[in-house]
Design a protein. Structure first.
Lengths: 288, 232
């Protein structure tokens, strides 16, 4: 029963990793842009929520009403004003520019908020749980995070496969030149992809900040978990990303249960094992 | 005023110059064919018209307005749609999704999904199939259909017979009269000279980036075409 508990907690943690990964996966899928600043954008949205909560006294979850549209708009502007210009010269320019962006965000946050660890206070929600048995209880917060992750991925799937915008995303991903010939404004479509990705990022950031402490330096590690979830799940598959996040979460909790020092290591080992045994991930999109 | 008027168009890929001062006119309602050997600049010319190559604005005028420096998505909104060489369907979209992509420009007009399925019944049966699952001829029909969904005034067709069996080429070309009947002007690039002469009201021949011959098919002798084509 204790093991079951560990696995359930790990799986719920995986929901958060899937949220980290969904935005990364969307941007890479649509524009082949690897966003090194992804983790720092998660942290940036956590600070954004912190400022709003401190200024207005609203509940952290309620602050999403402001944080999500703010990050959506920021993402649109970031893509149109900066990242679009990096896309014509191969894979290196976007990597370098987003790496620089990562450094700027980290140091900007450090300057503005210091290196102190912060937390969003969510009151009773932080400790409330549902007892399912002697040794098994599910916290409301992890459960909400997991449900949000599943809902976000289901919505993204619907968007990709049921709407005109999703069709444009897939067409641009296939062949940007031909999509332009069909009348797609690719700069606008790219900006919408980043805007959506950052809306998901902002959800992830706020939920992360309620769940654990954060400071300006934790972004790169979140980026790493996001990468691992995407790769374990298989590139191009959103449900695979969820599975990847869950597997990563379970591996980390099992590792931590064996020895607290093994938490992160266990996640990386599972990631490396997947790379070794199934280099294309667990649920790869069919061969091209 | 011509629907499409090109004056002194030059184009280059880096150091390689592909077009040397092309002059070309297409009148509304005409079908014009461009013939020429491999590497003569035919595809480059169509790519320049569609906006995939940046050119000086005044070099290319459509309906009187300079379009040379517009982005491809703007040009298709003005009413020029390209059926690209090699069809270039979106592999991860279904046939119907590919067709719907053509309507992205938001131009109204005679062509709708149901009209297209009337023109190409083979596509109606396979609308839910992945674009990659179609035969070559069906793929070509889908590529033409996608361009038509933009309801263009000028349809550019790049080598729509490429890699297809003669019987399939006949099926593909059988759609042209129906397209012209809607008043659409058609500019085709075709390596098959006799096919081009049969379809077109006027023919241009390109050789090494220059126009070497222009005229109505009836006015051109085999000998003149051969000379313009090969320069021998």
């Amino acid at each position: 029963m204790a093991w079951l508990n560990i696995i359930v907690q790990g799986a719920l943690l995986g929901g958060l990793y899937a949220l980290f990964a969904a935005g990364l996966s969307l941007m890479f899928g649509v524009m082949r842009l690897v966003n090194i600043a992804h983790g720092d954008l998660i942290v940036l949205s956590a600070y954004c929520a912190l400022v709003i909560v401190q200024a207005t006294g609203m509940h952290p979850l309620a602050s999403l009403v402001l944080v999500v549209p703010l990050m959506f708009a920021f993402g649109y502007g970031l893509q149109r004003g900066l990242l679009n210009f990096t896309l014509s010269g191969g894979i290196l320019p976007p990597l370098l520019v987003t790496f620089g962006l990562s450094v700027i965000i980290q140091n900007g946050l450090l300057e503005a908020f210091s290196a102190d660890s912060r937390r969003l206070q969510a009151g009773a929600l932080e400790t409330a749980s549902l007892r399912l048995g002697d040794q098994l209880a599910i916290g409301w917060l992890p459960a909400i995070v997991f449900i949000v992750a599943v809902a976000v991925i289901a919505l993204l799937e619907q968007l990709l496969y049921r709407t005109a915008l999703g069709r444009a995303f897939r067409a641009v991903s296939d062949d940007a030149d031909t999509a332009q010939l069909s009348g797609v404004e690719i700069r606008h479509v790219f900006a919408l992809a980043t805007a959506l990705a950052l809306a998901v990022v902002s959800l992830a950031g706020v939920l992360l900040a309620i769940r654990t402490n954060f400071d300006p330096s934790i972004g790169p590690a979140r980026l790493l978990y996001a990468f691992e979830a995407v790769i374990i799940g298989g590139l191009g598959s959103l449900w695979g990303t969820l599975a990847g996040g869950v597997l990563l979460g379970i591996a980390q909790s099992l590792g931590a249960a064996l020895d607290p020092g093994w938490e992160i290591l266990a996640g990386h080992i599972v990631f490396l094992l997947v790379l070794l045994l199934r280099p294309r991930g667990l649920f790869p999109k069919q061969a091209e | 005023m011509s629907l499409l008027e090109i004056r002194g168009l030059t184009a280059a890929y880096g150091d390689f110059q592909a077009l040397y001062g092309i002059d070309l006119k297409v009148e509304e309602g005409e079908t014009v064919a461009i013939i020429g050997a491999n590497g003569a600049g035919k595809t480059t010319l169509l790519r320049a018209i569609a906006g995939l190559l940046r050119t000086p604005p005044d070099c290319i005028r459509f309906d009187g307005a300079p379009i040379g420096s517009l982005a491809p998505s703007r040009i298709v909104r003005r009413g020029i749609a390209l059926v690209p060489e090699g069809r270039r369907l979106f592999p991860s979209l279904t046939v119907e999704e590919n067709l719907r992509m053509g309507a992205q420009s938001g131009r109204g007009g005679p062509w709708t999904l149901s009209r297209l399925y009337g023109l190409f019944p083979a596509l109606a049966a396979r609308r839910r199939a992945a674009a990659t699952a179609l035969s070559g001829g069906e793929q070509q029909m889908a590529a033409i259909g996608r361009a038509l969904m933009a309801n263009p005034r000028l349809l550019l067709c790049d080598e729509i017979s490429l890699g297809l069996a003669p019987r399939v080429i006949r099926d593909v070309y059988a759609a042209l009269p129906g397209i012209r009947a809607e008043g659409t002007t058609v500019l085709i690039v075709e390596q098959d000279t006799s096919r081009a002469l049969a379809e077109a009201d006027r023919v241009y021949c390109l050789q090494e980036g220059r126009v070497t011959l222009e005229g109505a098919p009836a006015a051109l002798t085999r000998e003149r075409i051969r000379l313009a084509y090969f320069g021998l």
